[in-house]
Ligand binder design. Structure first.
Ligand code: WQD
Length: 342
């Protein structure tokens, strides 16, 4: 009998890639998604990749009645991987209450349902944004959280604290928070990838949309930082590597291999890459000369961050295997495929 995993936000970017890896690892997957930032057709694309279409329930996790009805109908959920959340940093500044309500009420509803329906394990989608600008680099999991610079970042910090408090209060709940650095790229099939609504906030979709002619040029937000080439540094990891980490983490909980009821892992390559280096990687793998212009800094950007992934390497037996070039290559293949579809 296959173990069944609930993946919230499973038609989204990281959720869909994780669903593929879960199915390929022998799990059954049920997705809850309100399709706020994704499309139901992603479930069909997952079937094209894996041969199996995940069950998809379309409703909002903030609706506790619907969530409880879901759990009454789906009794054999082994564990939850919780992706569903609003994630646009800029948007969160202009709509703080939407972000606090959506990202926190959905988590609290899920935790209440876990207790009521005896689901013990949750993997939580967190972010390196909780660190702000770390004092020391590479950043380890015990680095202090800096005051959040956006409501989005605050919902990740608060989400982790809510999880930790639930795992402390209720011995039947155990959780792992995965702090992602910068996920990029797409599945090698070219069938799933990042589908930003409107103008992308993130670097790589903006690069690929500029290369495909959808955007006139890429603005590089500042080259006067204290970095080798003046542009910001981030730790870009391939979304397929990131997805695989979720399978390992949920199995750690299911198999009771966790060493405490609440654990945190950084998921990154351990290598910092600047914006200008990322552009060069894209140009190298595609042969396209990217049109970009250096402009002023973007409010809220930190200067540089990259992970110390040694805890995940050691404890999870996970490390990134795919390269920046492979991420750029798959991001470009995905962009060309969605342009064909639209
Ligand atoms: C990366 C670098 C920009 C766009 C955010 C969230 C994080 C996670 C990933 C959700 C920065 C520069 C970008 C552009 C640019 N989100 N840039 N021109 O801000 O590191 O992280 O997204 O999980 O939580 O904080 O990612 O891709 O927006 O920016 O120069 O058009 O690219 O200044 O240095 P970021 P990003």
């Amino acid at each position: 009998m296959k173990k069944k995993i609930l993946v919230t936000g499973g038609t989204g970017y990281i959720g869909s890639h994780t669903t593929v890896e879960l199915i390929e690892d022998g799990f059954e997957v049920v997705i809850i998604d309100n399709l706020y930032n994704s499309e139901a057709v992603v479930a069909d694309r997952i079937k094209e990749i894996t041969g199996i279409k995940p069950q998809l329930e379309v409703f909002d996790l903030c609706d506790q009645k619907k969530l409880n009805t879901f759990f009454r109908k789906n009794k054999n959920i082994t564990a939850i991987i919780h992706f569903a959340a609003y994630k646009a940093v800029g948007e969160s500044v202009s709509k703080p209450n939407e972000y606090y309500r959506n990202n926190l009420v959905s988590l609290i509803n899920l935790l209440d349902a876990m207790k009521q329906f005896h689901v013990a394990d949750m993997v939580f989608s967190s972010s390196c944004t909780v660190y702000g600008q770390p004092e020391r680099l590479p950043v380890t999991e015990d680095a202090p959280m800096q005051p959040a610079i956006s409501p989005y970042g605050n919902t990740k910090q608060t989400g982790e604290e809510i999880l930790r408090d639930n795992c402390t209060a209720d011995k039947n709940i155990k959780a792992i928070s995965l702090r992602y650095f910068n996920p990029i790229g797409a599945h090698p099939s070219g069938l799933i990838g990042e589908l930003p609504r409107g103008v992308p906030e993130n670097l790589v979709p903006f690069i690929t949309q500029t290369a495909s002619g959808l955007r006139d040029e890429l603005k590089v937000f500042g080259n006067d930082y204290d970095t080798p080439d003046g542009s910001c540094i981030r730790d870009y990891l391939h979304v397929v590597d990131l997805a695989k980490a979720h399978v390992i983490a949920v199995k750690r909980l299911i198999e009771g291999k966790n060493k405490s009821t609440y654990e945190i892992f950084n998921l990154g390559t351990g290598k910092g890459v600047s914006v200008l280096e990322a552009i060069k990687s894209f140009e190298r793998v595609t042969g396209i000369k990217l049109k970009y212009r250096i402009t002023g800094r973007r409010a809220g950007d930190i200067e540089k961050i990259w992970a110390d992934p040694s805890f995940a390497n050691k404890e999870l037996g996970w490390k990134t295997l795919l390269t920046l070039d492979e991420a750029m290559q798959t991001a470009w293949e995905w962009e060309k495929n969605i342009r064909k579809k639209n």
